[in-house]
Design a protein around this ligand. Structure first.
Ligand SMILES: NC(=O)c1ccc[n+]([C@@H]2O[C@H](COP(=O)([O-])OP(=O)(O)OC[C@H]3O[C@@H](n4cnc5c(N)ncnc54)[C@H](OP(=O)(O)O)[C@@H]3O)[C@@H](O)[C@H]2O)c1
Length: 263
């Protein structure tokens, strides 16, 4: 079985690729830059861009892992014409027109589909790596925002399961990590895993905005998420365990897999 992995060089896509290879599938990885993709040598690299999809991308492909990038109807039309039978999307637990458009296009294609909708990636905590390395103190607003970070390998495992096995057609899997932690507790969990005491210094929204270096629209978006998660903690969902038959990985486990990024 040949599976086209879009976003194969990404945080989740690299693990999707590894897990599909381990299961014995043939993987075609779509990337705009094969020269820098650094994927296993058994992967068939295919230079391409979802903003300008071509029929060749899908030739000989049975199933596809699809990120919400580009014009999704064009992608699904070309995929269907080429004989692709199943699409597993990576969208988001957050409501957004881009994700919804991709999900709609896939549902309307008449192909088998599964939507994987993760909440906050634990990998977002890599944004703290520089502060942790240099000062051992995370400096951000909303220390009491309660979130449920999910390990990228768990997202990938759910996607790989839906790609490889039957029984997931027409399912929407909204995913979270296994625990609800405040941002302060997330910093402590990273500290536990890497063997350092990590402090948390609360900044005002304006102090953080002035020092974070992120564009204003991203800052607004993040501040709103953290404000919401302070008022309404993000829910813990059992979906990873329901699909995989084992618990989702904790932030401590995630940080233990990323020690080198924090020391
Ligand atoms: N971070 C979170 O908390 C969070 C939560 C929920 C959902 N998400 C969603 O998860 C998705 C990101 O997944 P990820 O983290 O695994 O990826 P990532 O690390 O952000 O990497 C982006 C990937 O997308 C590919 N890509 C970008 N533009 C492309 C284009 N025009 N055509 C083809 N490929 C393109 C890149 O491939 P090349 O550079 O090799 O071409 C790369 O593999 C996004 O849709 C994001 O919104 C994120």
């Amino acid at each position: 079985m040949r599976i086209l992995v879009t976003g194969a060089t990404g945080t989740v896509g690299r693990h999707v690729t590894d897990q599909l290879l381990t299961a014995g599938a043939e993987v075609r990885a779509l990337t705009r830059n094969p020269e820098t993709a650094a994927l296993p040598s058994t992967v068939e690299l295919h230079r391409g861009d979802l903003d300008s999809p071509t029929a060749e991308m899908f030739e000989g492909v049975d199933r596809m892992y699809l990120l919400a990038i580009g014009e999704p109807t064009l992608v699904t039309d070309l995929a269907k014409q080429a004989g692709v039978q199943r699409i597993v999307t990576l969208t988001s637990a957050a409501e957004d027109e881009t994700y919804q458009a991709t999900e709609r296009a896939v549902e309307n294609s008449g192909l088998e589909w599964t939507h994987v909708r993760p909440g906050m990636f634990a990998a977002n905590l890599l944004d703290w790596a520089e502060d942790i390395k240099t000062t051992k103190v995370v400096k951000e607003p909303y220390p009491n925002a309660r979130q449920t970070p999910i390990h990228e390998q768990d997202i990938a495992a759910v996607a790989a399961t839906a790609l490889l096995f039957d029984g997931h057609n027409g399912q929407t899997y909204t995913l979270s990590g296994p625990e609800s932690l405040t941002k302060k507790e997330q910093a402590e969990a990273i500290g536990d895993a890497i063997g350092l005491q990590i402090g948390f210094q609360e900044l005002t929204a304006d102090e953080w905005r002035a020092t974070s270096g992120v564009p204003d629209f991203v800052a607004d978006w993040l501040l709103d998420i953290w404000h919401q998660a302070t008022e309404n903690p993000e829910p813990v969902l059992s979906t990873v365990e329901d699909v995989l038959g084992r618990p989702a990985r904790t932030v401590r486990e995630w940080a233990a897999d990323h020690v080198g990024d924090f020391r």
